[in-house]
Structures are given as C-alpha cells and as structure tokens.
Design a protein around this ligand. Structure first.
Ligand code: ASP
Length: 306
C-alpha cells in the first residue's frame, strides 16, 4: 500500500542537506513576515502522548497556511475500541485527509505506519518514544539562525537525559551535519546511551560540558520512560546537573541556552537561566510555528523542492 511518491516527514534522514537549508531558511523568512503558501489540505493531529507546544504549533502552522485541522480526541475515537493505527489511518485517508501528525509512545511506530499507509497520505512524526523528533531539531536550528547564530564552528553541549530523549537523538543527527566544531553530551550514567554517534564526546560533569560552549541544550528527565525507582531526586539532580548562572560564566560569553520544553524549573534548569538573557526557550516556541509552516510547505506546496 505504501507509495514511494508520497512524502513523509519521519526523521532527519528523509531530508537532504539542500532540504535542510531550504527549510531552516524558509522558517526564518516566515518569521520575518514572508507570505506563507496556501495549502488547501486537511491534516489530523493524532497524539497518543501529551503535548502542548508541538500539537498547538502544528495546528497554528496549518491554519496559517489555510489548512483545515482536525484534532482527534483519542479517548472518544475508535482506537479506544481496539482499532489498529493502520485502520485509523486508512479511515482518515478515505475521508480525504492529506496528512497525519502522529505522536506515539512506541519508538519506531511512525516509521512502521508509514510503510502501511495508503498512497497520498503523508505522515509527520511529532515524536515516537525515544526515537525521533525531527521538527524539534529543525526548529532548534531555525531558532539559532533567527538569532544570528551559525552552528558552523560552534561547541555544542547537550545535557541531561540523553538516553530517553528523542530530541537529543534528532539534535545530534542534525548538529552532526551542521559543521559544529565539537558536540558534547553529559548527564548521569543511567541517562546516557550505550553508544554515542561517531564524533560525539562525553563530558563527565556539567562544568566540563559547558566550558567554552556556544550552544547549550538542556533536556528534561523523561520520567515516563523510566521505572519509578530510577527517578532522581529533583534537588540532588539540580545540584549536579541543573544549569545555573555560575555555569554560564564558564561558557562562551555569547552562549545561548535551548530547551525543548516542558521545563522543570529547579531540576534541569534554574529559573534564573530559563528566564535570563542567554535563554532562547520562548524563541524556540515562536520559531516552532514558522518551522512547522515551512515543513507543510515542503510537503505540499507546488513549488516544493524535489
Ligand atoms: N517536548 C519534547 C518531546 O516531546 C521534550 C520533552 O518532552 O521533554 O520529546
């Protein structure tokens, strides 16, 4: 059933370097007020995990392009009666839906579904378990570009629960393609992956991770992907791994702090840093809408790249 001509947005591997450049530049253009394309299509938000930023910004982005958006209430849909995701997708396609934006707790579920959906139905991965979150990585890149920061030659530190984070996985893939000088990760042993991508360096403390860094990405502890016994105590986690103003003094004087949200103040990041002048956290939220508009244009507009 899968149609090789139908474009999906599943992970960063589906994007060529040219696509990446186009998408990030287009997000910045849209942020500066460029007129969006008009896309007469219907999309459905199908979120099997909680979301605020991603779900709302996909919806605002779609509306910005004149698309029709339907939010499926999962507890009132047939999935609560045992319908498979494949059957739900086929049902939505039969109604003329052009794309499903899927968030799912199972790693790889979006890729699996993409192999089975009817021709003409696009899938956008809004986060699959600990797998991928490609629109988040893309909006991180667009946020830095919009702030005038070129990743080339930067030292980037990603700190926190790397093991369970789909954002870390997508950011590492994207930053690894962006000409950074050094890509570091740091976090508690239990929150680091068994293997790191080639070229990624492990720092053994927060101080050494952020020393000289121009970009610092802080991550939330993904309690929902851990046994309760493995949950760290928030105060001791903060003492060891929470980003505080004194850490910024070790970083590059122009360093910028990113966090995909939701933030846990006083755990992985202090309020003083999250609300401080180095933080781009709300810019990420703003750029999320423009980036997702660019993604819809890339998927649907006639002028899209091939
Ligand atoms: N919002 C991001 C995600 O869905 C990060 C997080 O939840 O911590 O992966």
């Amino acid at each position: 059933m899968a149609d090789p001509g139908t474009r999906h947005f599943l992970d960063l591997d589906v994007l060529s370097d040219r696509d990446l450049d186009w998408l990030s530049a287009r997000a910045c253009e849209l942020a500066r007020g460029a007129a969006p394309a008009s896309v007469p299509a219907t999309v459905v938000n199908l979120f099997f995990e909680p979301s605020t930023r991603t779900r709302v910004s996909f919806e605002l982005a779609a509306r910005g392009l004149g698309m029709t958006v339907v939010n499926v209430e999962l507890d009132r849909s047939s999935s609560s009666k045992g319908e498979s995701l494949e059957d739900t997708a086929a049902t939505l396609a039969a109604m003329g839906v052009a794309a499903i934006i899927l968030r799912h707790p199972e790693t790889g579920r979006c890729h699996q579904l993409a192999r089975a959906v009817p021709a003409g139905l696009s899938l956008l991965n809004a986060g699959d378990g600990a797998g991928h979150h490609p629109s988040q990585a893309l909006l991180d890149l667009a946020t830095l570009m919009d702030a005038g920061i070129d990743l080339k030659g930067q030292t980037v530190a990603i700190v926190g629960d790397i093991r369970h984070s789909r954002v870390a996985r997508s950011d590492l893939a994207l930053f690894g393609r962006s000409g950074v000088a050094e890509l570091r990760v740091a976090g508690p042993d239990s929150m680091l992956p068994d293997r790191l991508p080639a070229g990624v360096v492990r720092a053994d403390s927060l101080d050494s991770a952020v020393r000289g860094a121009g970009v610092i990405v802080m991550l939330r502890v993904q309690h929902e992907r851990m046994d309760r016994q493995a949950w760290p105590d928030p105060a001791s986690y903060h003492r060891q791994w929470g980003l505080q103003p004194q850490h910024l003094a070790l970083a590059d004087p122009d360093c910028r702090v990113l966090h995909p949200g939701p933030i846990n103040r006083g755990m992985e990041i202090s309020g003083a840093v999250a609300d401080g002048p180095r933080s781009l956290i709300l810019d990420q939220v703003r750029m999320g809408v423009h980036t997702r508009m660019a993604i819809f244009e890339w998927l649907f507009s006639d002028g899209r790249l091939s």
